[in-house]
Design a protein around this ligand. Structure first.
Ligand SMILES: [Zn+2]
Length: 107
């Protein structure tokens, strides 16, 4: 029987940074780093919402960079099943090629 959707584990291993420690949702940023960014943008009178953070860093806002739609589409026993995010094709993230040095190393 074909399942609809996949577990988050199956989807998460397709992410470009699979295996790395996650920061907030699917990003590599810590909550504190995001707070700092928002404060900095607010002080500069620029858009400082969480969605602005995601967009300006190239993260998929629809799925909060998880790579899958946040609402389960089905269940496999007790395991919720998710479908790949349509907006980003399941990558969860768009990382700019030149932004590598801007990504904080996971610690
Ligand atoms: Zn997405």
């Amino acid at each position: 029987m074909k399942r609809r959707g996949q577990t988050w584990r199956e989807l998460a291993c397709k992410l470009p940074f699979a295996g790395l420690p996650f920061g907030l949702c699917g990003t590599l940023f810590s909550v504190q780093e995001i707070k700092d960014w928002r404060e900095q943008e607010q002080n500069a009178a620029r858009p400082s919402g969480l969605d602005d953070f995601y967009r300006s860093h190239g993260f998929c806002w629809s799925c909060r960079s998880r790579g899958y739609a946040p609402a389960p589409v089905d269940m496999d026993g007790n395991l919720p099943l998710f479908e790949e995010c349509e907006a980003c094709g399941g990558t969860g993230s768009w990382i700019h090629p030149t932004a590598d040095t801007d990504v904080p190393s996971p610690s």
